[in-house]
Write a protein that binds this ligand. Sequence first.
Ligand code: ADP
Ligand code: ZN
Length: 723
Amino acid sequence: MYAQVIVDIAHSQVDRIFEYSCQSDLKTGSRVKVPFGGRVIDGFVIGLSETCSLPPEKVKPIKEVFDECPALVPECFSLMERISSRFRVPKAAALRLFLPSEMRQGKVREAYKKYAKLNDIPVPISKSAKKQAEILDFLKDREEYEFTALCDKFGRGAVNALVEKGAISIEKRQIKRNPLGGVYSEELPKTLTYSQANAIESIENSPKSVHLIHGVTGSGKTEIYLQIIAREIAKGKTAIFLVPEISLTPQMLAQLRARFKGEAAILHSGLSAGEKFDEWWRLRSGEAKIAIGARSAIFAPLENLGAIIIDEEHDTSYVSETAPRYSTLDVAKMRAEYNGCKLILGSATPSVESYIEASEGRYNLITLTERINKKPLPEIIISDMRREVRRGNNSAFSKALRDELDETLKSGNQAIIFLNRRGYAKTVICRDCGYVAKCNDCDVSLAYHSEENCLKCHYCGAKYKMLTACPECGGTHVRLGGTGTQRVVVDLKELFPAARIIRMDNDTVSGKDGHYKILHKFANKEVDILVGTQMIAKGHDFPSVTLVGILDADMSLYFSDYRSGERTFQLITQVSGRSGRADDKGKVVLQTCCPENYILRYAVNYDYLGFFKNEIEVRKATKFPPYSLICRVMVTSENDALALEALKGVYLEIEELRKKYSQEFLFLNRMHSPIKRIQSKHRYQVLMRLSGDKMLESIYDIAVKYTSGNCLVYVEENPANLS
Ligand code: ADP
Ligand code: ZN
């Protein structure tokens, strides 16, 4: 027998299939070790055959086979082809997506526990061996006992002596590290509301394969997902349920576990390597049938998929910003097609791209306009911060927000304050000469962090000493500009000394379950006010929150990105949606310096359709996505001259393409990236707007051609972030 093997080296030069001889019981999908260029490396078996294209004496045998059950499901191979050709990555890089990184190179293994058990046939022991007699007595009434615990109790020597005599035997069994530990609660399916039942009916009966649930915040989308999953499981199928990483809260996990028990497995970055390994194998072995996780769970090793659900489908975390730069939606569509299964997208603020698909009939559109129990959406009050300043209020909070906070605290409810900027102050400026403190390695200004009294770069994490004098002019009038979350907490403490306040942003969320701890405290009402960045905007369901304050609502409007309007609308709607989800009515105070902005007007009225119609007209007129494809070729290198040279080459080749296919190019230019340097790497870009995807393949080819050891060239399609 011969095996076709992809070696685990993600490089274009070895991006092909190699042949090895193997045993006849080898299975497709197995991970193996093979001799390769004088070394032994990992590989994946992607096919088997009786014959070989090489002369038999040239074929080397496979050295070692991992796993009794092949790690890769058969679907991987078709997906590998599609992903590697669609996103232009080596096949090995595409296959790696299907295995948690901890599993590659055998870094983690199964965990085992040993159990001791009394043998049926008694063995005589001498009178002097008191401990041994005690052990036998102890095990008499027990089925078995954990080996290590037994040794701890009676001493390892006595236990081993009994094993040697054949009085007891030891069995080694694999144990599953359970990441959900004790979180269990009995949770029964809810009685569906009329709209929920309709939604499920529609998903079951529509001939379309992609469904978009556009449901306001709190309309009960989760229950729809859960019941769809339950139906698929009942049919003997499996399901993938994707949520933004930050929504994987203990409450959410407990709810899923309660509903699906051992049939659900969780895959996310917060798990330890061992936990991830076990959860992954539970899915692969068929023990678990539902994969729940963030973006990468789309690659869960499930066969026979019945449904793929992408909650908060508009969320930017679904686009991978590191290689391979895949879009989760694209991969989900490939898997849905392969399995002939349903793909369900849900959001209160669908992306413009998804909504147009639905409104033009290519997706099945389901609209939920009301919250569960017809609770009203929270009223949004606008505070015009220009007027506040004119009235002499220079603080970060408007009078309306202060009054509402006061009332919320008095009534024993909770509040969320949202500001999309961490640290104490955004910048440090010298008042004498205008110098702004910047990172040495990145072309961005440094933020002041009061707790550590230092300056931090939010791009590379570098820390600098706080300035006492200006390094340019020596002046000592150093001023802090722009409020961040730390400052908000300090100011709030001054205003409401009795309030218990907690902050959640990249600085306070650290470690495996940093954000769980914070959210848990808030959910338990150990805290009155939660201050945070966009981490707090997503999906959370806190019944006692009746006030949301949005500081600087228009910040994202000023980013020079065609999606800034959409982002602002989404952010306001999502953050506001955290308020008034239970019995008490909710309120939102939205602070802004441009209350007349049309995006804010739509957001305040929860008018998604109005926003969408307006936005789509603008995009059509200006030829932005979905009426074009934005393509950016990034060129980065520590060596500026090298980067410039590559940029020139890339640009010239694309120019040539444009000459031939001028109708495909709506816009083409090369320039410095908005942030000229990150982590000492110079950044340049060729920016394009294309009328379709015809040119993509050639553009990917050009990027591959100009990539070298010292210069990275890569393609981004409709990137979420254009910095
Ligand atoms: P969404 O995901 O649409 O924002 P959720 O799924 O979080 O909304 O639902 C909002 C609240 O309504 C949750 O507390 C949920 O438990 C509750 N809920 C959902 N469906 C029902 C139902 N059929 N009956 C009673 N309560 C429900
Ligand atoms: Zn930096």
